[in-house]
Each structure stands twice: as C-alpha cells, then as structure tokens.
Design a protein around this ligand. Structure first.
Ligand SMILES: [Ca+2]
Length: 511
C-alpha cells in the first residue's frame, strides 16, 4: 500500500503486544442473600368458600346499553362501578402466556434465597385492563385452591380465594391469597375482578399485589402441558463457520435442565490452558465451559474476575434449553474435523506450523434465553490442540438480543490471562457477534490459549491517528517510526513501557 498522507485521518489497527492485563479490577458478581421483603399482613386462614361480594351482569352488550347492578347483602366490595366496563373483557383482554407462572414451575429450595433475580414479582408489572392466562398457547385459569409455596416462579404464589364464576354471574370480585409461611393465605393480596366467558375461559383484571415476591399463577395441575418442546433440527444450514454438531455428528446432548450442565466429560487428550493441563471439562447450559466442576451460575462474572477458576465463555448468559434448543458436545481424535481444525488454525495463526490432534466441539443450537421462550441463539466453542499448542474458536450464528447480562471471552484463575470479546457485555448489541471477528472471518473469534510464548497476548485496538507528514507505510522503517511515536503517546497515558506495537492494517477513512 502506498499512502501519501498530509493531515489525513487514518484508522490504524494495532496489536498491542505483551499487554496482558487490563488495569481495572471488576468485582466478581455476587448474589444478594435476600429473604422475602414482605411486610406481613393480617394472616387470614384460607377458606374454600366463595367470597363473592358483588354481582354484575355480563357486559356483553355495547356501551350505552342499560345494565343493572345487583349487590348481595354482604357487600364489602371495592369493585369499580359498572360504568367503567364499556367493553366486554371476554373479548378485550391481554394474553398472558408465561411458562414461569405455571403451578408446575417449582423453585428449588436452594434457589429461593439465592436467585432472587429469577423470582417474579407482580408488583413490578404495570397491569392494565383484563388478562387471559395461557401456558404454551393452551388456555388455563388461575388456581382457585391453595398452591404450593415456591411455585409459579415466585416465593408466594397468588391464587384465587373463591370459586370461579359462571357466565351468568358476570363480573365478580375475588380475594387473592399468597401462600407463605406454610399458610395458604399467609399474604392476602388485593382483590381482583374475574369474569367467565363463552368458550370456557376466564378473564382476570389483575392489579398490583401488595407485596413482593408474589405472582398470579396459571393452574396447570389438571391439564397436560408440554414441559419440553423438542426443537427439530433445522433444515436450514448452520452457519458455514460452524463445525459439525448435532445428531449427525454423533453429539452427546446435555439434559434439558434450567441452569444445568453436562456430566463430567473425560477428555481424550489433555487440554493445556494457560499452563494448566486439564483432563476433564463440563459444558454448562448457560453458555460456558468449566474444568473442575460444573456451574449453574446464570449471571456471568465480569472478566477479569480475579476468581479461582478457568472459564471459557462462548456466550455466558441465562440460556434455557428446557424451552427451546439443544446443548451438545463431541470430541474428535481423527477424521475430517481434525483436518479442518488444522487448516483453520494455520490460517488464523500463521506460525507455528500446526497439526490438530484433538478437537472438542460444544454447541448451543437455537437455545432460548430464560423466560424469553421465543428466542433462539446459536454458537459454538471449539477447543483444538496439538502437541503443546491449544486454541479456542468461538463461532457465532444468530444471537438474539437480550436484557440478561452477557459475557463472551475467557478468564483464568486470578485473571492472569483473560479476554472479553469487544461489545459482548451488552445484551442489546449482542447480535453483532455474528459479524464480529478478530481473524477476519465474520462470526469467529480465535485465541491461542496454551499460555506459551506468543500466546494470545495481543489486544487488538483501533486508533485514529492524524499524521502530519508524508509516510509510505509499505516501508518497514516508516512503520517503526510511526509506531514508536504512537507508543510514546500511549506510555504517557499509563501503558507500560514494555508494550510492543505492531501494525495490522491501515484504513484510510477520510481523504
Ligand atoms: Ca439458564
């Protein structure tokens, strides 16, 4: 390239060598130990009798039609006046189809204290109007008998303390109980209005409960719900950068468990990771690999963690393979996959001349995010080794945006070495991974990770430089002069004097 440059703006891509540590130290994510922050209310024993208070004829006619209100003798209701019902909620409702609300969604007791961020709390919902409950598209109703504590994705599940109405009952008001302290009505929440509708379903006018953590339940105790939808393997081709995976590759599938992991996987060849040799590995459903023990953490640590373990995070976030997608793995010691790995590594890392003797492929194929059941996210982590060399490839396909915390890269014990893929900690931008790369192959990131000389100590940075004299950057001498000047500037900003720079490419962005 020949560049004659006078006061031109350039984007210079540099490799900063020997820059192994970021200067910042981020605290490891910690989990608050929270017990229910509920102000105890009057504890009212649960009853199974109806607490029907007000009867309003079904407003099946349009606004303006005269209707009458009949009030029973025991009225204590705060129900809204009928005139507020200018429409029929049987046909004007919001669909609430949230698997987490199912009575079958029972939290493990170990979760309830620790994983409060997974708990639903309906005081956080801005309830407007009427709702109809579904689970996986199947019409269901609120339970009108006591529900187990720690079900429906919360601490104190909310159930209707009274029978469901008949159509002729019109709109009725029902008390709502939250099961806590082993008391079916340990919390008495705000009453709601309910209506039976033609077609054998109910609509509910949900309001904010008066405590956290409580959730309106969807009763699946008497209906059959598919707890696990097996996503058929797509007929669409996987991204070309993906290594073989799935049943065609003979993969072993992880069990579909929320925050689960594989069993221990004995490696057919030891894997050298920054000086430590591992003979086993775990594929964790939440998108990352660990060596010493499985991990159910669904909130990623922020690398560098300064923690005690080595972690390889393809995309560490709260994935949920119960709902959608498959997590699987396979390892190879012969065949075409080794040939492909050999070619890829020699292309991405021109020296040394490398021969792959072992490849491990872990694939998250079209896996949903937790509670975002319609999302699909696909990526791979490929471990490759040969002699004393070790490499990682991260291959990214379609990555759905998410509000969950995310992290992609790797971290090591005490964070002596780590890497965070640029932009991977922003869930709203995470789909960009598909087009990002450090080896000029969209969707692929490649790292040398054995820890030997030249291992992955390059941090690629972009730098906008304004050159004030002519420089022919095909001339090595000129490049060295420019790099030396840039280095002096960087050292002023706190980088160690030992930092080495090399020019990867120059892109002229403004003539
Ligand atoms: Ca999960």
């Amino acid at each position: 390239m020949r560049l004659s440059l006078v006061s031109q703006h350039l984007l210079v891509f540099l490799s900063v060598l020997s820059l192994t540590r970021a200067q910042t130290t981020l605290a490891q994510t910690t989990f608050p130990l929270i017990t229910p922050s509920m102000a105890p209310t009057t504890i009212t024993p649960a009853t199974t009798t109806s607490s029907l208070t007000t009867t309003i004829p079904a407003a099946t006619t349009l606004a303006g039609t005269a209707t009458t209100t009949t009030t029973t003798a025991a009225t204590t209701t705060t129900a809204k006046p009928l005139t507020a019902l200018s429409y029929d909620p049987c046909y004007n409702y919001t669909v609430l189809d949230d698997l987490r609300r199912a009575t079958s969604n029972q939290l493990q007791s170990s979760y309830y204290a620790r994983y409060t961020s997974k708990l639903l709390c309906d005081t956080n919902v801005n309830w407007v109007g009427w709702y109809r409950l579904f689970i996986r598209g199947q019409s269901v109703q609120m339970p009108d008998t006591c529900v187990d504590q720690l079900s429906c994705g919360t601490h104190a599940p909310l159930w209707l303390n009274g029978t469901h109405p008949q159509i002729e009952d019109g709109v009725v008001t029902r008390n709502v109980c939250g099961h806590w302290w082993n008391n079916c009505c340990g919390f008495q929440s705000n009453p709601i209005r309910v209506k039976a509708c033609p077609g054998n379903y109910y609509v509910y006018e949900f309001v904010r409960p008066n405590f956290c953590y409580g959730t309106y339940c969807a009763d699946v105790r008497n209906v059959t719900i598919n707890n696990h939808t097996v996503t058929p393997e797509s007929t669409l081709a996987a991204p070309a950068i993906f290594y073989p995976f799935g049943s065609a590759a003979g993969d072993t599938n992880n069990t579909a468990i929320e925050d689960g992991s594989s069993s221990v996987i004995q490696l057919l060849s030891p894997f050298l990771f920054f000086g430590r040799t591992y003979r086993q590995i775990y594929v964790n459903n939440n998108g990352y690999l660990t060596f010493n023990q499985p991990s159910n953490e669904y909130v990623p640590y922020s690398f560098p963690t300064q923690g005690s373990q080595d972690i390889i995070a393809g995309l560490w976030t709260d994935l949920d393979n119960r709902v959608r997608g498959v997590v699987s793995y396979q390892q190879y010691t012969s065949g075409n996959v080794l040939t492909r790995a050999t070619q890829d590594i020699n292309k991405h890392f021109p020296s040394p001349n490398f021969y792959a003797s072992w490849v491990f492929v872990a694939t998250w194929n079209k896996v949903a995010y937790y509670a975002l059941t319609s999302t699909e996210t696909s990526f791979q982590v490929v471990l490759i080794s040969g002699r004393n060399y070790s490499f990682i490839l991260m291959n990214y396909g379609d990555i759905a945006v998410t509000g969950h915390p995310v992290e992609a890269g790797y971290d090591t014990a005490n964070s002596m070495d780590y890497f965070v893929i640029n932009g991977s900690i922003n869930g709203s931008l995470i789909s960009n991974l598909r087009n990002s790369s450090n080896v000029n192959v969209p969707g692929r990131w490649a790292f040398r990770v054995d820890g030997g000389s030249g291992s992955n100590k390059e941090d690629i940075v972009g730098l906008r430089a304004k050159l004030s004299s002519f420089s022919d950057l095909t001339d090595t001498g000129n490049v060295q002069v420019v790099l030396q000047q840039i280095k002096q500037e960087l050292v002023k900003y706190g980088l160690p004097n030992s930092v080495e720079l090399k020019l990867r490419k120059v892109q002229k962005i403004k003539p």
